[in-house]
Design a protein around this ligand. Structure first.
Ligand code: LR7
Ligand code: MN
Length: 420
């Protein structure tokens, strides 16, 4: 593992006379080797007086020993959930027993780099409303090598509320006088950050109704910015993380449903009238249950937070506001028959067919539901878009109406309603 720190970081002095932090790591069925790598790297590369404790929250992994055996290591404590809670409620549980001045959250498959903690704690110690993240390097999924990632990135997202890393604009780069300066970020990726404990509590911790995985980073990011804090990435702090292609664990309610529930709660509580753009990008969310949000709405009111409009103007002016957020929902009918998709064995993509519009009881009516947002027509049940495939060449071209994965840049997926 190379250090990858900017040489300028050596010249920067970080105060080390700081109160210790509680490191909180939640996990569900993490491989023992990666969990151990996370903890060993912390113990090897952190001045001991900065660690109050390392709190592991075992989110009901299959093997209870994963957590129990680790308390033999210095500073390590272990809590085990008696049922699967998901990362939000697990982190809150860890935070509730934390005795440090700050909370440092990490995923369970990380390797912290040399001098990773001081720059983070230093920033929060100066101003307790700052929530700060390291630069996240890559631990290779196959080789487990530690690979340096680009350091001039910040967190961004699109209206379907999917996180993405973004390059700084030339103007933002020019404004940074020193490459070691913190990077203000509209959103954090979610897993690796330091927050002062009483500020975390004051701001309402997390939304405890969010399940398993996903969306909580939007909620906490909007909340921190809109309610008086800020989010930063600290270039002199680096932590490696294993980026996985798919979730190595089960979602009891399904992956998509859980993500929609969590992001819908975020949109409903924090995005004001701008939530229409979320629904336009994610029409499937319109009908999905999302629980009760009263207490979070009340929290926002009690904290006297800014509007989402303020957030867009002050924090994320780069997010483009779509021209058209209209959504139409319904069936596509020809006489008594309606357009629906039909899954064929051995084919990943279903075929289009016309069937009687009234489905017999017990059959899924959503097979005939379509939404039109902008010029895109999406099949509600499969999330696929109405498209046109072309075969052959020149005068011999054959066209066929099909469904395909949605891609807004494809002209063959653009449709207009023309009233006759
Ligand atoms: O039911 C669960 N219970 C858990 O305790 C599901 C997960 N977990 C644990 C899990 O073992 C892991 O330690 O929660 C942690 C995060 O889960 P991951 O590693 O599967 O998530 P991720 O790395 O794919 O996703 C990122 O976005 C998540 C949104 O909910 C969380 O905020 C993750 O912490 C976050 N990870 C990072 O920010 C690391 C950088 C990745 C990027 C971009
Ligand atoms: Mn992770």
């Amino acid at each position: 593992m190379a250090a990858y720190l900017h040489k300028e970081c050596k010249l920067r002095l970080f105060c080390t006379d700081i109160p210790p932090t509680s490191i909180i790591i939640t996990f569900h069925n993490e491989a023992r080797s990666t969990l151990l790598r996370t903890i060993r790297s912390i113990l090897n590369r952190t001045p001991m007086h900065l660690i109050q404790e390392i709190i592991l929250v075992d989110d009901f992994s299959n093997d209870p020993d994963d957590c129990k055996l680790l308390i033999n290591l210095p500073k390590v404590k272990c809590l085990r959930n008696t049922e699967r809670q998901g990362l939000v409620r697990s982190r809150i549980r860890g935070a509730s027993i934390a005795q440090g001045y700050t909370l440092t959250f990490l995923d369970s498959h990380c390797e912290v780099n040399k001098d990773w903690l001081q720059p983070l704690l230093h920033r929060v110690n100066e101003d307790s409303t700052r929530v700060v993240c390291p630069v996240i390097d890559i631990i290779h999924l196959d080789t487990f090598n530690y690979i340096e990632s680009a350091s001039e990135l910040r967190g961004g997202f699109d209206w379907s509320l999917h996180f993405q890393w973004e390059q700084l604009t030339p103007k933002q780069k020019a404004q940074r006088l020193d490459i070691t300066d913190p990077i203000r970020t509209p959103i954090i990726s979610g897993g690796l950050f330091v927050i002062q404990k009483s500020w975390f509590n004051h701001l309402g911790k997390y939304d405890t109704e969010m399940d398993i995985w996903g969306g909580e980073n939007f909620e906490i990011s909007f909340r921190v910015w809109m309610c008086g804090g800020s989010l930063e990435i600290i270039p002199c702090s680096r932590v490696g993380h294993v980026f996985r292609k798919k979730h190595p664990y089960v979602f009891p309610d399904g992956n998509a449903n859980t993500y929609i529930k969590n992001t819908k709660r975020t949109a409903e509580v924090w995005m004001d009238e701008y939530k229409q753009y979320y629904y336009a990008a994610q029409p499937f969310a319109l009908d999905r249950p999302f629980g009760n949000i009263e207490s979070r709405v009340k929290l926002r009111k009690n904290l006297h937070c800014e509007s989402f409009k303020w957030y867009l103007e002050k924090v994320y002016p780069e997010l483009r506001i779509p021209k058209d957020a209209s959504i139409q929902k319904g069936k596509i009918r020809q006489r008594q028959k309606c357009l629906e998709t039909k899954k064929e064995t051995n084919h990943e993509i279903p075929k289009l067919t016309l069937s009687p519009c009234i489905k017999p009881k017990g059959e899924d009516a959503s097979a005939q539901q379509w939404t039109m947002t902008g010029s895109r027509i999406e099949h509600v049940a499969s999330h696929l878009c109405l498209d046109m495939d072309m075969f052959g060449e020149g005068a011999e071209v054959d066209r066929e109406i099909v469904v395909n994965p949605c891609e807004s840049s494809l002209m063959s997926q653009h449709w207009d309603i023309v009233s006759s």
